[in-house]
Structures are given as C-alpha cells and as structure tokens.
Ligand binder design. Sequence first.
Ligand code: GDD
Ligand code: MN
Length: 364
Amino acid sequence: CMRIVVVIPTYNEKGNTLKMIDILADEFAEISHEMLLLYVDGNSPDGTADVVREKMKKYKWLHLIVEKKKRGLGPAYVEGFKYAMKELKADYVMEFDGDFQHRPDEIKKLVNEIDQGYEYIIGSRYIPGGSIPDEWGFMRKFLSVIGNLVARFGLIMPKIHDLTTGFKLSKVKGVLDKVDLDHLYSKSFAYKLHILAQIVNSGARVKEVPIHFMHRTSGESKLIKNEMGESLKVIFLFQIHNPKILKFLKFATVGFLGYVVNASTLWLFTRWMFPGPLAWGFSTELAIINNYILNNFWTFKEVKITGFGRLVFKFFQFNFTSIGALIIQTVFGTLSDIILGVKFRQLALPFIIVLLVLPYNYFM
Ligand code: GDD
Ligand code: MN
C-alpha cells in the first residue's frame, strides 16, 4: 500500500473546493492505497483556504499550504511537491486541478497503473479514449493541439502524446526526487514541460492513460497570457543542455568543415591542373582526415582514441568505412567532369555530397 498525495493548487476556487473535497473523500474510499489531499492556495481573496481549513476538522488526510501571494502555477506545484515529499512522506505525488476540468472519478484510473509497475503516469487527452472539451471553439482546440505538437517534436518525444496535460501521477523515489525543482526553466505553466522532459529522459517507466478534459463550468481560468513563448523557451534551454543534441550539433559542424576542406582543396587541385580522379580523390581524402581528427578530439572527445598505434589503426578503420564515400566522390566527380566540364566542379560537389554521400554514410 503506497501513500499518494494529490496536490491541488488553487486561486479563487471557493465554490469548486467546497464540492471537490467531499467528492474526493468518496473517491479515495474506493482506492486501496493511502490517499492524502494537499491544497496549495495562492492566498485567494475569496477565502478558498478557509473552506479547506473547515473541512480539515472532518478529514485528517486533508492538508493545506497557503502561499504569501499568488506566484503562478509552477511555484505553487513546486512548493506542494516539496511539502508532499518531505513533510507528508509521499511515495507518489499527483498533479490535479481544483476546478473539475479533471474528473475526480478518473483518479483511480491513473492510480491503478502503479500496481503495473509504472512510475510516471500521464493523464492524456490525445490518445484514443481521451478528449478535450466539445465546448471549446475551433481556435482553442487548434492552439491546444499545435502547442502540444510543438512540445512533442521540440523535446523529441514522439512516444508521448500529451505533454501539456495537468493531470499526472509521479513516483517520488528515483523519479520526482531526481528532478531539480529549484531550477526549472519557467515559472508559468511551461514549468511542467521541464519536469516532464527530465523525468521521461531519466528513463522512468512511463504510461499514458486516456482522460476526458472537461469544460470549466464555474470560476475563472487563470491561464490568461499566451504560453507559447514560455514553452519555446523551455524547449530551447532544455535542448541546448541536452548532450545528445550538443553532440549532433558538433557532428554537423565537423561535417560542414569537412565540406569546406573538400571544396577548397578541390579548387586548389583544379588550379594546379591535377588529373580529374586525383583531384577528386585527394580532396575527398583530406576531408575524411579532417573529420576523423575533429570528431576524435572534439565531438567524441570522451571516448578519444589515444596512443599512436591505436590512432593509426583506427584511422585506417575509419577510412575503410569511408572508402565508399571516397569511391562515390571520385567516380561521380570524374563523371561530372566529363559531362559538365571542370568549370562546374564546385557546383557538382555539394550535389554529390547531399544526394549520394550523406545517404551512403547514413546507411553505413
Ligand atoms: N496557488 C495557485 N497559484 N494556484 C493557481 C494559480 C496560481 O498562480 N494559477 C492557477 N491556479 C490553480 C487554479 O485555481 C486551478 O485549480 C488550477 O491551478 C488550474 O488553473 P486554471 O486556471 O484552471 O488552468 P487551465 O484550466 O487554463 O489549465 C489547465 O489545463 C492546461 C492544459 O490545457 C491546467 O491543468 C494546466 O496545467 C494545463 O496545462
Ligand atoms: Mn482549469
């Protein structure tokens, strides 16, 4: 039996909160785990916190934090998560909205996945069985879908279908406690993208469960400003710190420098009137040497090849895999000399690289 803390941030949700707590009491009674509820109120002027305090007399599993002032959804959740982990000793923490846009009767669907060994369970609107409100106009639906797609491809997470949902369940040990909550890239709604990206990339066992995101019928939404800019900021900052992306950028840079070496020496060898195959072959080989050295000492420096003997051995091995590129460039370069003439060498080179060498290297 696990201890699960449901965290609900609120700002001016008095009416919803009054109903929510009793409804959750009934829902929790049906779940075999130990369920706790934690409200994080942004010091709502409508007295939301008083409603919670009143209910706390009746329910011992109900807890409340009141922030000094409204600071946005991100900081409210971060404070709630920390309190749930440290003070309430949560095994799992759930994100849940207090305005009935998330259905209380769907909490158990997410909780059930714990028993299947899942560590990060996402309430998803964009998988079969999930939905966004029918009441939303075309533009609202469109923005929600597009925003989600941008995040999905920007963070390179094609396997996850809903990255912006606010209905999620996360294991604490080894998952949420590994997230650096004090340095999230955004203080607004986009904070959740950064937490999600960290957790998914850490290799946690992730499961998406379909949910119905409901239309808000009472109280007002606090998501006023457009979150697109904040989301793009999180995606950008996350990716430039991503070692895989960094490596890809270095690799691409080396490839480009290889092209520069190739093109400039081809130009020189043309001026020096080298015979066609020799000019193409030598300039290609120089580019291969350039790429070998830069990739060894820069792109992949942590697995750097050292020692003279190994360096030479690896160089020949590298050349062996590059031999196809060497042959392709020499053969097709000479062919273009014959068909188009030597004048068009600098034009033929990028075409040969993009159309033939890159696909070949990719498959190799
Ligand atoms: N403490 C605190 N401070 N609570 C807040 C704040 C704040 O600054 N802003 C909003 N809340 C509370 C609300 O009272 C509500 O219980 C919950 O957080 C969600 O806020 P809404 O204003 O209802 O957000 P929404 O419906 O526009 O956004 C929901 O859907 C989005 C996806 O469409 C949220 O679930 C988002 O997280 C989600 O991205
Ligand atoms: Mn809402």
